[in-house]
Design a protein around this ligand. Structure first.
Ligand SMILES: [Fe+2]
Ligand SMILES: [Fe+2]
Length: 298
């Protein structure tokens, strides 16, 4: 990409037009104002608690993205990257805010938000973030961008898409919140690929260290998926049985060729993990990094 294209594609002006004046125009906390969490979710403690636990993982991931993107502003070697990362910092702060707002909408008191996030954040997700934030803390721009804009956001992108597919009929408020977030993540992942490919070509000696970081982050990501699906599986099964007994139709939602409203939690976990890893392979391949298989989590 020519330098002027890069400057305009990742400019603050472009961000203003696409995002606040574009798909976020007329939204309140990422959704049409007036939309609320569904009554039957709020009235069902089992489902509400599962939604709180899930939303906490989104907040923990987005807090890591906020810490990483803001840290990378200072580590960036050029002003176009600093400007883009400044817009990304605001995007990530917004993601933290809208998912925190959802936690409150699900019944968590404002003063209990931090303790709820600390108590329920998955320990593997916390480790995933630590691997990335160590690179950012050392001012390692190349590893930080690969860890943040390719690994963390490649994961987030697929997780959000899966959640959006499952909530588009049942919870339009959450689905709309996710749609804006997905649009943001798409921009962030694009920046990662465009900016970092040339830097890796200039610094091939950095590849081995970056591949190690990717394998470590992938390990913690897969372990997080396993924990989260193990935790939410029984609730999902109870909800499906209750819906069948009451004659409620949960509808269908196709994601990567599978009806995720009918698939087992094991199958959804395998589908999600496979999708994210394929994304990693493609995106890392484009920047000249070879995807490394992590050890298999227990
Ligand atoms: Fe984000
Ligand atoms: Fe992001």
């Amino acid at each position: 990409m020519a330098e002027t294209d890069f400057l305009s594609q990742y400019s603050i002006q472009r961000w203003l037009e696409m995002c606040p004046q574009g798909y976020l125009d007329d939204t309140t906390y990422g959704h049409e104002s007036g939309l609320t969490e569904p009554e039957d979710l709020l009235a069902n403690d089992d489902l509400r608690e599962a939604s709180i636990a899930l939303t906490v993982q989104l907040i923990a991931g987005e807090r890591a993205a906020l810490a990483a993107s803001s840290g990378l502003v200072n580590a960036a070697p050029d002003h176009a990257s600093k400007a883009f990362l400044a817009t990304q910092t605001l995007d990530e702060a917004r993601h933290v805010e809208i998912f925190t707002r959802r936690l409150i909408d699900l019944g968590v008191k404002e003063e209990d938000v931090d303790s709820t996030v600390n108590d329920l954040a998955n320990p593997n997700l916390v480790k995933f973030a630590e691997v990335l934030l160590e690179k950012v803390g050392n001012g390692d721009f190349i590893a930080g961008v690969v860890g943040q804009n390719i690994v963390l956001e490649g994961m987030a992108f697929s997780v959000f898409e899966l959640l959006q597919a499952t909530s588009k009929d049942l919870n339009p408020k959450f689905a709309q919140t996710l749609a804006g977030t997905i649009a943001d993540e798409r921009r962030h992942v694009g920046f990662g690929e465009n900016r970092i490919g040339s830097l890796i070509r200039e610094h091939p000696e950095r590849k081995a260290d970056i591949e190690r970081m990717q394998a470590e982050m992938s390990y913690h990501m897969l372990a997080t998926f396993t924990d989260v699906f193990r935790g939410s599986g029984p609730t999902m099964d109870r909800e499906r049985q209750a819906a069948a007994a009451e004659g409620r139709d949960l509808g269908s939602a196709e994601w990567h060729g599978t009806d995720v409203m009918a698939a087992s939690t094991d199958d959804i976990e395998a589908l999600l993990a496979g999708t994210v890893i394929n994304e990693f392979k493609t995106r890392l391949g484009r920047i000249g990094i070879e995807y490394q298989d992590p050890k298999v989590p227990a």
